[in-house]
Design a protein around this ligand. Structure first.
Ligand SMILES: NC(=O)c1ccc[n+]([C@@H]2O[C@H](COP(=O)([O-])OP(=O)(O)OC[C@H]3O[C@@H](n4cnc5c(N)ncnc54)[C@H](OP(=O)(O)O)[C@@H]3O)[C@@H](O)[C@H]2O)c1
Length: 255
């Protein structure tokens, strides 16, 4: 859909992958609106990127999603790209569910309910634009689940599925559907310091933008997109090895 001249709403745009994308989109001549729950984080992002527009919104809440879309469409009638990026990741021992359901439900609401509802709210507006798009940030764990993050992996598999469906249902419209499939990337996902082993954020974001420039619809890093066509045996082996490795580094996890 072209990497310049767009008006883009990025959920979770004040930090991590969302911010790295916001920086690059602004540099390429796009208008960007960053959305997040923490006002101070949005203000910090705006200090670093003065052209950035910001809006406080918790995408896990239905009424806030509706209010966000009404506000965005009014303030930015040329809004033509939704980037469903906001997400959280929680480690969960399924044998010892120590929290109330609301703790686990939050991951579903942010990672899957939010993006599905925002997409549905915005499709009628996007259809009125000359060119438009929805970009979903899924994960390599959508295809090869991380056993230690079971709800997270399930939400990402669901988002991958939803993305495929969107592409078919909107095939006759102006709305292009893009899936970004990150591997582990060094951000604060899951808590500060938990992803320092991941790919460097700037290298990851630059590589994704190279893929977007080439108009790839499924864009990965370090081969994550190749997992989409990997044999089942290879995926099963990958799940097992990653889980063994996690348990070696976190021997108390299943206690
Ligand atoms: N980093 C990785 O290893 C990795 C790998 C695969 C996929 N991903 C995906 O990439 C996306 C971005 O993650 P990240 O790594 O950049 O993590 P991050 O640094 O923790 O950023 C997540 C962003 O989402 C926002 N957010 C979280 N809950 C929200 C809510 N309820 N409403 C609005 N905004 C919310 C956060 O802002 P507030 O807290 O202020 O709301 C934050 O700006 C996620 O979908 C994640 O699953 C990341």
């Amino acid at each position: 859909m072209g990497l310049t001249g767009n008006t883009i709403l990025i959920t979770g745009g004040a930090s991590g992958i969302g911010f790295a994308f916001a920086e690059r989109f602004i540099k390429k001549g796009n208008k960007v609106i960053a959305v997040g729950r923490r006002e101070e984080k949005l203000a910090e992002a705006k200090e670093m990127l003065p052209e950035l527009h910001t809006k406080v919104c918790d995408v896990s809440k239905e009424e806030e999603r509706i209010e966000l879309v009404e506000w965005a469409v009014n303030e930015f009638p040329d809004l033509n790209l939704l980037v469903n990026n906001a997400g959280i990741q929680q480690r969960v021992n399924l044998q010892n569910a120590a929290h109330d359901w609301s703790y686990y439900q939050k991951e579903l609401a942010i990672n899957i309910e939010g993006p599905i509802h925002l997409s549905m709210l915005l499709i009628p507006h996007l259809k009125k634009q000359k060119r438009a798009g929805i970009m979903n940030i899924t994960s390599g764990l959508a295809i090869q689940p991380g056993v230690w993050v079971p709800i997270y992996s399930a939400t990402k598999a669901a988002m991958h599925s939803f993305t495929l469906t969107l592409r078919h249902q909107l095939a006759d419209t102006n709305i292009e559907i893009v899936e970004v499939i990150p591997p582990a990337v060094n951000t604060d996902l899951g808590g500060v310091g938990l992803h320092t082993f991941g790919a460097p954020l700037d290298d990851f974001a630059d590589t994704i933008f190279e893929g977007l420039k080439k108009e790839q619809l499924e864009v990965g890093y370090g081969g994550t997109e190749e997992r989409l066509s990997a044999p089942r045996k290879e995926i099963q082996q990958g799940i097992k090895m990653a889980w063994q490795n996690f348990q070696k580094n976190n021997p108390d996890f299943m206690k």
